[in-house]
Design a protein around this ligand. Sequence first.
Ligand code: AMP
Length: 180
Amino acid sequence: IIICGPPAGGKGTQCELIAQTYGVVHISTGDLLREETRKGTTLGKQAGTFMASGALVPDALMTQLVAARLKEDDVVAKGWLLDGFPRTRNQALNLQEMGILPSAVLVLEVPDEVVQNRIEGRRTDPATGKVYHLTFNPPPAGDAELLKRLEQRKDDTREAMVTRLATYNKNVTDILSFYT
Ligand code: AMP
């Protein structure tokens, strides 16, 4: 399954439900990349600069990352839910050339102003990976430790968001026309 949606469009939440319901492995390329950056790998360093500005990481790097993950045993056994890939027509073509075609492509449609509000209030707990929103899904008020360690993603700024949203809107059309 491939899932497309704007940044902060609710992909994470839907992916959790889909993975639970169908037993497939949720592969988020954003999460894979953040893990590489955190570990300080060569790929992580190369990708980090693009990510911080909200730009797309080059297709060749992305395809290498995804191809490796799709070959791992859990994914081969259970099937996959790709979240954040393909993001360009070229990435979809690369998948097809590897003989990989999805059974379904899901698209989440969310108005730009909703995305904007969600992004600005989004905070992550680095200890658990849990995502909160300061207004719509606030962290428990009494937990001072949690409140202190909450982080805002580097690319969840208004500036980076404008780039990410414009790129998404441009690319989703290409991806849909590729699969329909
Ligand atoms: P996400 O968590 O899906 O919003 O991804 C965070 C950032 O990782 C994006 O803004 C891009 O810089 C990069 N990224 C994730 N997936 C891809 C992809 N398929 N192609 C290019 N860049 C990607």
